[in-house]
Design a binder for this molecule. Sequence first.
Ligand code: ADE
Ligand code: ZN
Length: 326
Amino acid sequence: EEDLAQIADLPKVELHLHHEGAAPPAFIRGLAKEKSVNLSGVFREDGSYAYRDFVHFLSVYEAATQVLQTPRDYARLTTALLEECAANGVIYCETFLSPDFCGGGDLGAWREYLHAIREAADAAERDLGVTLRGVVTCIRHFGPEKSRPAARCAAETAGDWIVGFGMGGDENRGELNQFLYAFDMAREAGLKLTTHAGEWRGPSEVRSAVEDLRVARIGHGVRAIEDLALVDLLAETGVVLEVCPGSNVTLGVYPNLAKHPIAELRDRGVKVTVSTDDPPFFHTNMRREYFNLANAFQWDADVLRELTRNAADAAFCDDDTREKIL
Ligand code: ADE
Ligand code: ZN
């Protein structure tokens, strides 16, 4: 038990965290009250987020974002989520930021949101010792048309702080190659790439992410385990998986942590990392993820340090920033 507590205290690097999905329910409720936004159906009686399944989760998530209306709201959210990161021993994290929620794809508005978020992040770095970088995401079920202005926002703000481009949302909608234009635009702007794949759909989706979108990392990617030739390809090419075990178990991708493929993927040579996805939605945090993994797979501190190292190596930041977190 003492060992587990020590493992949970290790410094951590988190690569897969949705900015809005990190909002504590009390934070969203507070903003709803301030702005007189009716969020009935978003919360259970006990105050937690209420959803039945993945698709319903996405719609509750989007309902909650209705109270995030201004750059100032995002600045406050940034402070809240980085306080939570720091409390969990996270020293570096990347969050997914969507122009669709921050100005609706308008570049001028997007710049204002980013400015406010960065100011809050700089203050948190100074005060809490946690470094934030942004990965711009389009949202798959919003469709390929919306992915283009999102990619343009990403390309126009690419640099030392916006370091990547990716895609979240409902994997069961549309096809990855419909988003080629957006990913190509982002790559040409110098951004590193990641996409959600292999959370809901099977191995062919992961293969398409690697071969068509040419991403360096995959969000989840866990269903790659159903095709061992693909697992070998991931291992050989060094494509990194942003694994979110607690999210997968809560959403029912796997029945429990013991049945989760993260250990087998690692044993087969895949570079795996650990993240929370949307911590308050899934009743998790980074300490809990490390604790539960150590417990379920008898992983010692060296294994958890290896996962942190994988994440630092796969972070999209520049090498100066990376050196500070290694
Ligand atoms: N958006 C927020 N969380 C997500 C997840 N787990 N999968 C896809 N899109 C998301
Ligand atoms: Zn995600």
